[in-house]
Design a protein around this ligand. Structure first.
Ligand SMILES: NC(=O)c1ccc[n+]([C@@H]2O[C@H](COP(=O)([O-])OP(=O)(O)OC[C@H]3O[C@@H](n4cnc5c(N)ncnc54)[C@H](OP(=O)(O)O)[C@@H]3O)[C@@H](O)[C@H]2O)c1
Length: 326
């Protein structure tokens, strides 16, 4: 299965306004139809609602958190054509099992903004229509440049409107999906932190305390957000890495920095580009959020981690961290 995100975006990354498209571009609609007909399309609840009716010749997988189930449930109005699922990642996993992991059968993720943002790190390829002017809007395509490489682009115009069709391939390590963590990840993340403290600082953490600390984040998005890297090559789809993102407001800069904490990759999965990929995903999420930059601190003796961050392009800042523990 090949996950392809298909979208049309303006030069300011606008993709929609008031739950509609801000432009009329018949060449783009024709291309969308030609690419997606006969295939499965995955979308968010709002994008489905923006359609008058299901699109002919395509199976629709729609996601909404109001569905408690992570199975695909047929829509009673169009039971053959439209299915609902309570979780985007579970829907994609289900499709992967059904379609097969190793073939190139495409499934198209067709939006909108919320779904593109979450599906971007899972995508194999992008089919983007770049509209070469800016538009007013309230829905935006996420930042993606560091995660993909452009493989082709053709330039066209329709009336006054200039645009291009571009293809991109993902730079992610094979079979590694990075996604937002959920409560079922608590044990993995807590164990990862316990192992990291021992490995990097020789510290023995209290497992109950760490588990409660991780759960506190999973219960309250204001405390931060974990990303989890999952190895999709085995049937068990096990998590192999994680990191924690936290915002810090800067009054000097009138904006937020994104702090990276708790970055851990299982020893069996190191030197495969997973740490670099998780940082890349975090970096693009930070850009999408309009953050000023990313920061982290690292133990002074942890040379391997320091080298990994330098390789990513992060430099030693000009601050020393002072602390007073209570
Ligand atoms: N230019 C393009 O190519 C293009 C393509 C598609 C759409 N669009 C535009 O994009 C805009 C819509 O984007 P949007 O971000 O507002 O909405 P959206 O992404 O279409 O749908 C968001 C909804 O999806 C559900 N959802 C999100 N993440 C989920 C998850 N992990 N698991 C389960 N359900 C999840 C939630 O539904 P519940 O609230 O029901 O829980 C959420 O409110 C419109 O303006 C549309 O015209 C543009």
């Amino acid at each position: 299965m090949k996950i392809i995100l298909i979208a049309a975006l303006a030069s300011n990354r606008v993709i929609g306004i008031n739950n509609t498209l801000p432009w009329k571009l018949s060449a783009d609609l024709k291309r969308f139809k030609a690419l997606t007909t006969g295939h499965t399309i995955v979308m968010g609840r709002k994008t489905f609602e923006s359609l008058d009716r299901p699109l002919p010749g395509r199976r629709h997988i729609c996601v909404s958190r109001s569905y408690a189930s992570d199975h695909l449930l047929p829509d009673p109005r169009w039971p053959e054509q439209v299915f609902w699922c309570g979780d985007l990642f579970s829907a994609l996993k289900h499709l992967k099992r059904e379609i097969g992991a190793t073939n190139d059968i495409p499934i198209f993720v067709i939006g909108g903004a919320e779904i593109y943002t979450q599906a971007l790190p899972l995508a194999d390829a992008l089919e983007l229509t770049h509209i070469q002017s800016s538009f007013e809007g309230d829905a935006f395509f996420p930042s993606y440049a560091k995660m993909f490489e452009k493989t082709d682009e053709s330039f066209l115009d329709e009336g006054e409107q200039k645009f291009s069709f571009a293809q991109y391939k993902s730079l992610r390590p094979e079979n590694i999906f990075v996604r937002r963590a959920n409560k079922s990840d608590v044990q993995f993340i807590a164990n990862a932190q316990i192992k990291m403290a021992l490995e990097s600082e020789g510290l023995k953490l209290n497992p109950q305390k760490v588990e409660a600390g991780v759960m506190a984040v999973l219960n309250d998005v204001l405390k931060g957000e974990y990303l989890v890297a999952e190895d999709m090559s085995s049937q068990s789809h096990c998590p192999v890495g994680c990191l924690l993102l936290q915002k810090e407001w800067s009054d000097w800069r009138n904006g937020a920095f994104l702090w990276i904490h708790s970055l851990y990759v299982e020893p069996t999965h190191r030197r495969k580009g997973i740490c670099h990929w998780m940082l890349t995903v975090a970096q693009e999420q930070a850009r999408t959020l309009g953050a000023l930059g990313m920061r982290l601190y690292v133990d002074k003796g942890n040379r391997d981690a320091q080298e990994a961050y330098r390789n990513f392009g992060m430099g030693g800042g000009h601050y020393d961290v002072f602390e007073l523990e209570f």
